[in-house]
Design a protein around this ligand. Structure first.
Ligand SMILES: NC(=O)c1ccc[n+]([C@@H]2O[C@H](COP(=O)([O-])OP(=O)(O)OC[C@H]3O[C@@H](n4cnc5c(N)ncnc54)[C@H](OP(=O)(O)O)[C@@H]3O)[C@@H](O)[C@H]2O)c1
Length: 337
């Protein structure tokens, strides 16, 4: 089901506010006594907004190693999370998701340090006011919100940093299935559809039509999550549990590139009507940890409600095309970087 509810920044803001109010929860919040002791958790974009809220909750629950993959806020954000949560096991690693060379360098460092990830939360994302290019020349939202996530995921799985048998060069089992959570957006329903004749092509946009490209990048991400979930099912059981979700409207720094004259109004609206990062982090933590999700995979959650994602994300033929097209793009870039 596609919709125009996130067709532009204004309708997306109104939709976000209304959606917060009509949540019929099917996904709970983790009780405070549910712990993460013994776990290594990777979180991208943890220096700001939702990622910061997720990282604090992960740290409070006693995770044994919390790796914050960020491009800024190093080391202050990690120090603040560690201090506020009372957990010293926080480390920061630098990555610029707008540069696939940097993504590969992060993956190399995790592999070379012998890291094993139990839970990976791909949270980082951008919404610029107008089009810009990544280091390798992709449109920025496509590059950061989708391609870098796909690249990092595949590297972590192929290198066995996230243990698995299906994609790892040296297959290995985890004690229990690792989890992957992608922070996407319900705007994936309103984006430009996936068109594999033009996949990865640079698109120009401005403040009026940027939401369509944002939605497109998140549609690619949700479709990738569905494809990946299927690839990681062995004998009818997920060996890695893969989820994608929309946190709803979050009072974060996502609109940092909005026009200056709109910022005071936006900041008032966000402070008044949007969820705090801590509140918005609850369903992310649930997907990353809840025992209720054991043995499940390919689930999409909007705020706190399980829903079917957009039709293209559910279509096996589209998933297969996306998988092949993504691998082809990444292979091409890999030979160049
Ligand atoms: N806020 C909402 O209403 C809303 C709604 C639906 C979905 N989401 C999604 O929620 C996620 C978190 O966003 P947020 O709302 O918390 O916004 P935010 O406060 O702007 O945080 C975004 C995070 O992504 C990081 N990031 C952006 N570009 C990066 C790059 N090239 N390399 C590395 N990190 C990069 C940012 O790092 P820097 O600080 O260094 O830029 C920051 O840590 C995003 O995926 C967003 O699409 C948000």
């Amino acid at each position: 089901m596609n919709s125009a509810r996130h067709g532009n920044a204004l309708t997306a803001t109104i939709t976000g506010i209304l959606d917060q109010r009509k949540v019929k929860p099917t996904v709970g919040a983790l009780p405070p006594n549910v712990r993460l002791d013994g776990d290594t958790v990777l979180i991208t974009g943890a220096n700001s907004g939702l990622g910061f809220g997720i990282a604090k909750d992960v740290a409070r629950r006693g995770a044994s190693r919390i790796i914050l993959a960020c491009r800024s806020g190093i080391p202050e954000a990690g120090e603040a999370i560690s201090r506020e949560a009372g957990n010293a096991n926080v480390e920061m690693r630098r990555v610029d998701l707008a540069d696939l060379r940097s993504v590969h360098a992060l993956a190399d460092s995790l592999r070379d340090d012998g890291v094993t990830i139990d839970r990976a939360i791909f949270n980082a994302g951008v919404m610029p006011a107008r089009d810009a290019a990544t280091k390798q020349g992709f449109e920025l939202m496509f590059g950061v919100n989708f391609l870098a996530n796909a690249c990092l995921t595949l590297r972590l799985l192929e290198d066995g940093v996230i243990p698995n048998r299906s994609l790892a060069r040296e297959p290995r089992d985890a004690a229990r299935p690792p989890r992957i959570v992608y922070v996407a957006s319900d705007a994936h329903r309103s984006g430009h559809p996936l068109d594999f004749d033009r996949f990865g092509e640079y698109r120009h946009y401005g403040i009026k039509d940027g939401m369509k490209q944002y939605g497109h990048s998140k549609l690619a991400l949700v479709t990738f999550a569905q494809a990946l979930a299927s690839k990681l099912v062995v004998d009818g059981k997920p060996e890695v549990e893969v989820f994608s979700m929309c946190p709803g409207a979050v009072n974060s720094n996502i609109s940092r590139d909005a026009p200056a004259f709109l910022k005071p109004l936006l900041s008032w609206v966000m402070g008044r009507f949007f969820a705090s990062p801590e509140k918005a982090a609850e369903p992310v933590l649930y997907l990353a940890r809840a025992d209720e999700m054991n043995g499940r995979t390919g689930v999409y959650v909007h705020i706190r409600t399980e829903k079917a994602p957009a039709d293209q994300a559910l279509d096996p033929a589209c998933q297969a095309q996306l998988w092949e097209a993504t691998r082809a793009l990444l292979d091409r870039v890999r030979s160049e970087v």
